[in-house]
Ligand binder design. Structure first.
Ligand code: NAD
Length: 418
């Protein structure tokens, strides 16, 4: 399954912060890093690797694109210097470590190659086959894919145990989280190795299997889906639902305003990708509410209108919450409580992922706090609410809205998570 869909993280106040590597020596000892694809992600990843002390070769198929990316990296480093966050000498040294290349053949022998070309399975498969031939057998081959199965990408690699996912978040120099994704054939030793390397780059790595959406894009689905369903059913308007999640739940943005920020088309594509990859499991079914927005060209902030309509100064026009209604809904019956209903579904999704051994509870919580800035990890939240209560809430929702979307994970009540 391939899609271009990737959800950017929520905006943060300080977009120019750079991660400080803990031990640049570990990184440089690992050897040169190759980055294939010098777009938004590839350039950012190259900057991170060079900052950690690696010689980095950046390849792009489009003539001049790698050189242009090196220029962009130079500009980003200069901004850090201007803000007093990086000494000018260090910036020059980092930039000097990044070299543009025009083809995969021009890459030196690398310890690690990270692919960041568009989200197209055939393209990625071809690149991995070529890298497997041209790089030494000890080179770890990583993909920054957001949604494609790691084993599919490794199909034409003779030794797929060295293929894994390194899912950076946008923008890579700012976002701390990296999902280290193992396919069925990835050797655990490579996963360990690369996890330690990411920590040495100043990142916070979490590990998961190549499950649809990995951790963040999987567990976050109901955050959007429940809000859309509540608005779609006429229980409350978008502003009231967003207010409840933001003000009562502590989320940095409400789900509906967040989808306007991400882009309704991008968010729908991610959701559809997870839904398709799970054989159209009802739990991930996209809503008609969102499909209609996309069909109407209401893509969010970028098109001037989405769930909300935006004025020229960027302010949302119809964003006044009904506080009296919110006061009645939050803490009321679960079917119409936007906060409790969303939390129950987030906890269920997280618990399910852990129960199926796709990721650890700690990694799921870390991923959601760092990747999408949830105020608490969903497993921790589940413990606070009580897994039994969450199971009862879901059973009630399942009765109110049959069809399987709200089926509780058995792990909520089998005592495996305490
Ligand atoms: P992009 O379109 O900005 O960049 C892709 C680059 O790859 C382009 O410069 C293109 O010229 C180059 N390219 C195309 N074919 C190539 C080839 N055969 N060899 C070398 N270079 C080639 O895309 P992006 O947003 O940087 O995304 C890249 C990958 O990262 C995708 O898999 C995407 O899903 C994933 N990702 C993106 C984000 C995001 O927010 N943009 C976040 C996480 C992961």
């Amino acid at each position: 399954m391939d899609t271009d869909a990737t959800e950017p993280a929520q905006p943060r106040p300080d977009e120019d912060r750079t991660s400080e590597p803990d031990t640049a020596d570990v990184g440089s000892a690992f050897g040169p890093v190759g980055v294939v694809g010098a777009g938004a992600m590839g350039a950012g990843i190259a900057q991170v690797a060079a900052t950690a002390g690696h010689a980095v070769s950046l390849v792009d198929a489009a003539p001049g694109a790698a050189a242009a990316a090196v220029e962009r990296i130079g500009a980003a480093l200069s901004r850090l210097v201007d803000k007093g966050r990086l000494p000018a000498d260090d910036a020059a040294a980092v930039l000097a470590r990044v070299t543009p290349a025009e083809s995969l053949d021009e890459l030196p022998n690398c310890g690690l190659v990270i692919e960041a070309v568009p989200e197209d399975l055939d393209l990625k498969r071809r690149i991995f086959a070529e890298l497997a031939d041209s790089q030494p057998s000890t080179t770890v081959l990583a993909t920054n894919t957001s949604s494609i199965d790691i084993d599919d990408i490794a199909t034409d690699v003779a030794d797929p145990e060295r293929v894994l996912g390194l899912h950076f978040f946008n923008p890579p120099p700012v976002m701390e989280l990296v999902e280290v994704v193992h396919g069925k054939r990835t050797a655990p030793a490579f996963v360990e190795h690369v996890t330690a390397l990411m920590a040495s780059w100043g990142k916070t790595p979490v590990r998961c299997s190549s499950t649809p959406g990995f951790i963040v894009n999987r567990v976050a689905r109901p955050f959007y889906g429940e809000a859309q369903r509540i608005v779609e059913s006429g229980v409350a308007d978008a502003a009231t639902v967003d207010w409840a999640l933001r003000e009562k739940g502590g989320f940095p943005m409400g789900p509906l305003e967040l989808t306007d920020f991400i882009g309704q088309d991008v968010n729908l594509a991610v959701g559809t990708s997870v839904w398709e990859q799970t054989d159209r499991d009802e739990r991930y079914a996209p809503t008609n509410f969102q499909r209609d927005l996309v069909a109407a060209g209401r893509l969010g902030r970028k098109s001037g209108a989405g769930v909300y309509t935006y004025a020229a100064d960027g302010s949302a026009q119809d964003a006044e919450p009904d506080l009296e209604l919110a006061g009645r809904l939050v803490g009321g019956p679960i079917a119409t409580d936007p906060l409790a209903r969303t939390l129950a579904m987030l906890v269920n999704e997280a618990v399910d992922l852990v129960a199926r051994d796709e990721a650890s509870a700690d990694d799921v919580d870390t991923a959601m706090r760092l990747g999408v800035r949830y105020p608490k990890g969903p497993i921790e939240w589940g413990r606070e609410i009580g897994f039994d209560l969450v199971a009862r809430q879901l059973a009630e929702l399942d009765e109110a809205f049959p069809g399987g979307r709200y089926r509780p994970s058995p792990a909520l009540t089998d005592g495996s998570l305490t």
